[in-house]
Design a protein around this ligand. Sequence first.
Ligand SMILES: *Cc1c(COP(=O)(O)O)cnc(C)c1O
Length: 376
Amino acid sequence: MEFRIEIAPPEIRRPKPTDESALGFGRIYSDHMFTMRWTEQGGWTDPTVRPFSDLKLSPASLVLHYSQTIFEGLKAYRNPEGNINLFRPRDNAARFNQSASRVDLPQVDPEIFMRAIRELVELDHEWIPKSKGTSLYIRPTMIATEPYIGLKSAQEVLFFIITGPVGAYYQEGFNPVNITVCDRYSRAGPGGLGSIKAGANYAASLKAEKEASSRGFSQVLWLDAAERKYIEEVGSMNILFMMSGTVVTPPPGDTILDGITKASVLELLRQWGVPVEERRLAIGEVLGAQRSGELDEVFGAGTAAVISPVGSFEYRGKVYHVKNGGTGQLTKRLFEKLTDIQYNSSSKKPDRFGWVHEIPLPAASGAASQSDSSKP
Ligand SMILES: *Cc1c(COP(=O)(O)O)cnc(C)c1O
């Protein structure tokens, strides 16, 4: 498939952020985006890297009414050689297709998904921040664009990818989060959308998250929808508990997102010889371990923060502090190992799992100015 590349002319390019310590998350976008259209009859056409711009969409577009939309989230890191690292991007491509399948959106060839990301990060490589902990966030998205307000699967679809620089999640050392166990609302039910990155899941979580935040908690820990008894996950992270030296985490299923960070954590733990159990875990068992002093560490795992220590959790009005409320040893070691792999060149420091997908930058392009690359 031929890609069209439309380079943003210098006059529409935006200034890159100069203060990398104030990047935050999700408000700044780089100069280019990728788009590709699909129709039932014609399949995918027009793969195009183009200047970042607003979309033109009918107010009748199916996505706006019935949430037929999915997304992915991954990051590009600048390594010490100046090349670009992606972390297990093929797993994102595969999960994107699983998500698409569940909400009856079309499949994207993983090679096209990969090439689109590569073209984007190469072209906008100057947007990849350089300071420790920063990265270029990549957001592939698919939406049902067909204008029709009857309920059905769209026969016209748009796949797009936008990117933008994001800040270090931890500015100065870890800050353990305090979370609240939600036994009022559900995020996902059996046979529903919980295992995929469908926009609708996050709409279902917003009210609980706002209520939690107004009470001073930064995240919601979800329980299973049927009994509100078994631990599922946190809003955008999977959750792991170390109890008596064993790391226990709920298995991926149809109500829990199968996180790439969590899968990597489990592989590292197995390599380190730390016992791991993927099984159903009742909140009562966690409270029991807490009471008997056997709850050693609790942490979340997801692309945004990589590893997020949980300092305390609230359940039915009572707050429980995990040990001293600080960051556990294993939590810290996992964070350091994972970020070490993500930020370093795969050649210099072989990651034995083959997780890093390194995109070499041609020597000249490292110094390319905006005007050099603005030829039509
Ligand atoms: C994205 C996401 C995660 C984490 O997945 P990663 O692949 O590790 O980024 C966990 N839970 C939910 C609900 C998510 O959307």
